[in-house]
Design a protein around this ligand. Structure first.
Ligand code: TEU
Ligand code: CA
Length: 557
């Protein structure tokens, strides 16, 4: 397997609106990030993935871009951005930018032109259709609720928007549009960035004819996703993008891909295919969804998680490459979701970090994860800002849910769980801003914050730092082969990695019980060292007895 810098890296995601405000307007910004780079340096991460900082009317917090080559004024200027890149590179930190090209903002000049008339030169940059008998062109639903089509009164046609109606889908069938995008990417690459994270990039090719899908019983709109995820021309587009833009630079790419399977990921990330380096898969963050999707939540069965992650580890082995994540700006906080955010917050945050960072793939840390930030429970819907959350709340009430029921789903699954401001210290608003933050700070900031973590050698922060250091010291953590053991155990996740003569044994207890773990004979008798763990030493003889949320990593050679 080829050695690559992006396999040996740990990536840290910054959601700029919520990271650090430098000028008191309550909104995080580029100068704010610059002021915290030494913190990231201390943590030891190699790469920052920056969520969108481009010009945007912020219908979806920057994932609706009105100019791909300008900086959002709330975040700063292009000079600030250049200073950021420069300051990062000075510290040996790489920068990957978010590329959102399944859709633009409806305020992009292309769309402003396109909607002027049916024969406008930009018309074909978007996906327009006539209505069917006075209704939408097909029955697809938007990912944010309602129809995926919006009627444009002026020209009498509908345009497709798989997300909000302020996010019209771009028409990748049009080679002119594709070339504009490759040129724009090249323009950023020439500025010296180190790669792209590509938003819903497996949605860009739609099936010809945009056929109707079957709605769930009692629903007006159908998903439609089987007609736009991983569809016919996707590999062609990615290979073309690679050839025309990416292949000229030493950069990394990660494609966000809802609905991707390991079989497909072998194609997207296959080392001989010239598409992407890795993908973000969604299967493992959907295991606690009920039959009606994310808001219909159920507890995670650890065995499902083991089966799923093991499938990804095995199927991509020696063929492609995995990305490893539990958190991002769309997901609830993992310590609240898969760990225990009350009595065992620090223990379980460390355990989750261990289970993830010891797998084969490139680990991603989402801002605040490294200090064990938790979900939030705002009392009033008025404190929520996310478009997906607000649309869900309205629809749920229409469908007869009580306000409390809808809020409980939001507490468990809402995207704003991840978007409350970074908790820097115990001063007002967690040190994020001197003004009024655009979204309230999690009230637990007095106990959970970076300043406190930096003072405590036993903190979650220093545990992450050590995990990152270990990755630099041991090739086996990057390149070793994964093997699941104790498959059917309902409480513990135990696996090995092996490379040459060495074996790593990773033991993780996902609950607050004290299970006895029967590890294969011979293991503990042979010479070993503990690389990292969230309790001192191992307990038990013969059988290991794990303590609540215990994690241990043992190296045998
Ligand atoms: O997310 C893709 C996506 O499918 C999301 O709708 C995600 O699944 C959802 O939040 C979970 O219910 C990407 C971005 O990460 C997200 O922030 C954007 O809102 C979305 O694309 C549109 O650009
Ligand atoms: Ca600001």
């Amino acid at each position: 397997m080829k050695k690559e810098w992006w396999k040996e890296s740990v990536i840290y995601q910054i959601y700029p609106r919520s990271f650090m405000d430098s000028n008191g307007d309550g909104i995080g910004d580029l100068q704010g990030i610059i002021s915290r780079l030494d913190y990231l340096k201390e943590l030891g991460i190699d790469v920052v993935w920056l969520s969108p900082v481009y010009k945007s009317p912020n219908d979806d917090n920057g994932y609706d871009i009105s100019d791909y080559q300008r900086i959002m004024s709330e975040f700063g200027t292009m000079e600030d951005w250049e200073e950021l890149l420069d300051q990062m590179h000075k510290r040996g930190i790489k920068l990957i930018m978010d590329l959102v090209v399944n859709h633009s903002s409806d305020e992009h000049i292309w769309f402003a032109e396109a909607r002027k008339s049916k024969d406008n030169p930009y018309r074909d940059y978007y996906i327009w259709r006539e209505g069917q008998n006075g209704e939408e062109p097909n029955n697809w639903g938007s990912n944010f609720g309602g129809s995926a089509w919006e009627l444009d009164k002026n020209t009498g046609e509908y345009y497709l928007h798989l997300f909000s109606k302020k996010q019209p889908d771009l028409n990748w069938e049009n080679p002119k549009l594709r070339n504009e995008i490759y040129d724009m990417m090249t323009w950023w690459l020439e500025k010296g960035i180190d790669g792209f994270r590509m938003d819903v990039i497996n949605f860009i090719s739609k099936v010809d004819g945009l056929p109707n899908d079957k709605p769930k019983p009692g629903k007006k709109f159908a998903s439609g996703s089987k007609y736009y995820r991983n569809r016919p021309r996707i590999h062609e587009y990615l290979q073309e993008m690679n050839e025309k833009a990416l292949s000229n630079y030493d950069v990394m790419t990660v494609g966000e891909m809802p609905g991707v399977t390991p079989e497909l990921a072998r194609q997207y990330t296959g080392e001989d295919r010239n598409e992407l380096n890795m993908v973000f898969q969604f299967e493992h963050v959907s295991l606690d969804n009920g039959p009606n999707g994310k808001w219909d939540f159920k507890p995670l069965d650890l065995r499902d998680l083991k089966t799923n992650l093991t499938k990804w580890q095995n199927e991509l082995d020696e063929v492609g490459w995995n990305s490893l994540y539990f958190n991002n700006h769309d997901q609830p906080r993992s310590v609240s979701r898969f760990g225990n955010d009350s009595k065992y917050r620090e223990k379980s945050a460390k355990m989750l970090a261990t289970v993830l960072h010891m797998m084969k793939g490139t680990p991603y840390i989402y801002q605040g994860e490294e200090i064990g930030m938790t979900n939030v429970r705002f009392e009033s819907i008025d404190d929520y800002k996310d478009i997906e959350t607000l649309n869900f709340y309205k629809e749920a009430l229409n469908d007869g849910w009580s306000k409390q029921e809808a809020l409980e789903s939001i507490y468990a699954k809402g995207r704003d769980n991840a978007r409350t401001p970074m908790q820097w210290d115990s001063s007002e608003h967690g040190g994020f801003t001197e003004g009024t933050p655009w979204i309230k700070v999690n009230p637990n900031y007095k106990n959970i914050n970076a300043a406190q973590a930096l003072k405590d050698p036993d903190s979650v922060f220093y545990y992450y730092k050590k995990l990152i250091e270990l990755r630099k010291q041991y090739d086996i953590i990057v390149y070793g082969k994964y093997n699941l053991i104790l498959e059917d155990h309902p409480e513990v996740y135990v696996y090995t990695r092996s490379l040459g003569e060495q074996t790593l044994l990773i033991l993780c207890n996902f609950y607050d019980g004290t299970p006895e773990v029967d590890i294969p004979a011979g293991f503990l008798e042979s010479e070993h060292t503990v690389l990292i763990g969230n309790y001192e030493g191992l307990q038990g003889s013969g059988k290991i007895s794990l303590r609540p949320y215990e994690a241990q990593v043992l190296l045998f050679k």
